[in-house]
Design a protein around this ligand. Structure first.
Ligand SMILES: NC(=O)c1ccc[n+]([C@@H]2O[C@H](COP(=O)([O-])OP(=O)(O)OC[C@H]3O[C@@H](n4cnc5c(N)ncnc54)[C@H](OP(=O)(O)O)[C@@H]3O)[C@@H](O)[C@H]2O)c1
Length: 241
């Protein structure tokens, strides 16, 4: 396919999404940098454009069917293709949604509403984006999808604390495996654990720099035709679900 390759990233106004936008743009992609609000998307895109990078702002709230539908229509109209989709948007709801329980509220206390909200945002959000964009990739016969997940959702290493977040990331593993089965041609759908990264979510004590976290996402976003699909990756290495 001729023309510039397009990378779409959700939740790209800060943290890992923003770092991934910068890195993919440096590698020659036109990056569609999405955020929940136009102001945030425009400010983040302007910063990267100031570095001479090809970045266009867009708006999507992955927790909204209508918002995702609107984005997909504009992507078809304005770009006609998506070569890379990074489902990065994610949040922890234990604290904000459950003021009675601080972050890390236990499995025995977390409210079902908190779990549902985390699922809607962190797992169904990626499903909404994939239902819109995977058919475009399949039609083109090429595409890379990265679902930014977390070792906190890995069943083989399940710990306690943040149960809503953990359940949502475990569900994201299922979303990854299911959509990998729908991929056609040279289309790959993988999940990535970025490690514990110093962002607003990871906090200042996290063990990895933003660049280290971004690197694992970019490896999965730029896999060669011989790369894996339907797997869980950390720093380009397959890890257990
Ligand atoms: N940092 C870590 O240690 C770590 C470890 C493992 C996995 N992860 C995962 O990595 C991803 C990025 O995390 P981060 O550390 O960069 O966190 P962050 O700094 O808190 O950024 C999260 C981003 O997601 C956006 N977002 C949340 N819900 C959204 C929605 N419904 N629609 C659109 N955007 C939404 C936020 O937008 P607003 O600015 O509007 O809130 C923000 O841009 C998340 O999926 C997270 O679970 C992070």
């Amino acid at each position: 396919m001729e023309g510039k390759r397009i990378a779409v990233i959700t939740g790209a106004n800060r943290g890992l999404g923003f770092g991934t936008a910068r890195e993919l743009a440096r590698r020659g992609y036109r990056v569609v940098l999405t955020a929940r609000s136009r102001e945030k998307a425009e400010a983040a895109a302007a910063e990267l454009r100031g570095e001479g990078l090809d970045v266009v702002p867009e708006v999507v709230d992955v927790a909204s069917d209508e918002s995702v539908r609107g984005l997909v229509e504009r992507l078809r109209r304005d770009h006609g293709r998506v070569d890379v989709l990074v489902n990065n948007a994610g949040a922890i709801f234990e604290a904000s949604h459950d003021p009675a329980h601080p972050a890390g509220a236990g499995t025995l206390e977390v409210s079902p509403a908190t779990v549902l909200r985390a699922l809607d945002n962190n797992s169904v959000g990626a499903l909404r984006m994939l239902q819109g964009i995977l058919p475009m990739m399949n039609a083109a016969g090429h595409g890379r999808v990265v679902n930014v997940s977390s070792g906190m959702g890995a069943l083989h290493d399940m710990g306690s604390g943040w149960p809503a977040y953990r359940i949502s990331k475990t569900a994201l593993s299922a979303v990854t495996r299911l959509f990998a089965l729908e991929a056609r041609g040279d289309v790959k759908v993988n999940a990535v654990c970025p490690g514990w990264v110093r962002t607003d979510m990871g906090g200042p004590n996290a063990t990895r720099s933003l660049e280290e976290g971004v690197s694992g996402i970019v490896i999965a976003a730029t896999l060669g035709a011989d790369g894996p699909s339907g797997v869980f990756l950390r720093d380009g290495q397959i890890i257990e679900w």
